[in-house]
Write a protein that binds this ligand. Structure first.
Ligand code: SF4
Length: 210
């Protein structure tokens, strides 16, 4: 993790981290942009979030937009029709049940439509500064398995296995480090093992060398 911290220092931040930084970790912007980011490339997520937040920056104002309008604002993120419905419904629930605020508890976040553990964990880490959560997306799942930290089949299994396999002081950073590494070096196909600074610590990298 220390090697990764140094290696990613001059790499671009993932889209949601950048949005979090620019919005002073606003929980609402982190929540909505994470919902938009699923299976969507970072530049598309960043542009869609910017268009949406220019029109509506709070649950109350966003809940007043029609689903069609939200669809047009967030297009071309993947599954934009589903996501538009989930975003509007989530905003309605935030207004009606949570006084227009994003809740800071996992159980409550998981009651929002379209919000799974990945999104909930990222909101808790980035906006509520939780030190108790690990956010596992497709990059974290893939790289943790390649490194040999875990041997798991799904992101949810990976999250639980990582709580046992890693030192708690790194939990809030695992997502940032591995997502950045996954976008730049340990890519889904053709990982750049030859120029990887953690190759000596990686089960896959070591196997390739032998
Ligand atoms: S050695 Fe290859 S598989 Fe292992 S972390 Fe580096 S890029 Fe990924």
């Amino acid at each position: 993790m220390r090697s990764l911290a140094r290696a990613i220092d001059d790499m671009e931040l993932p889209a949601v981290e950048k949005i979090a930084e620019e919005s002073q970790e606003d929980p609402f912007e982190v929540l909505i942009s994470t919902m938009l980011s699923a299976q969507t490339r970072d530049p598309v997520t960043a542009a869609a979030s910017a268009r949406l937040f220019k029109v509506a920056r709070t649950p109350r104002t966003l809940a007043r937009l029609t689903v069609k309008r939200i669809e047009r604002l967030i297009y071309p993120v993947s599954f934009y029709r589903h996501k538009a419905k989930h975003v509007k419904e989530t905003c309605r629930i935030l207004v009606e049940r949570f006084h227009g605020k994003v809740p800071a508890a996992m159980e409550e976040l998981l009651t929002l439509p379209g919000v799974g553990r990945k999104t909930a964990n990222l909101v808790l880490i980035l906006s509520f500064k939780s030190l108790q959560n690990i956010c596992v997306d497709t990059h974290v799942h893939r790289i943790s398995n390649r490194l040999g930290w875990v041997a798991t089949k799904t992101p949810d299994e990976t999250e639980q296995a990582l709580y046992k396999a890693t030192d708690a002081r790194w939990w809030p950073y695992i997502n940032l480090y591995l997502v950045t590494w996954g976008q730049n070096v340990c890519r889904p196909v053709y990982p750049r093992c030859g120029e990887c600074v953690i190759r000596a610590h990686c089960a896959t990298g070591r196997a390739l060398r032998s």
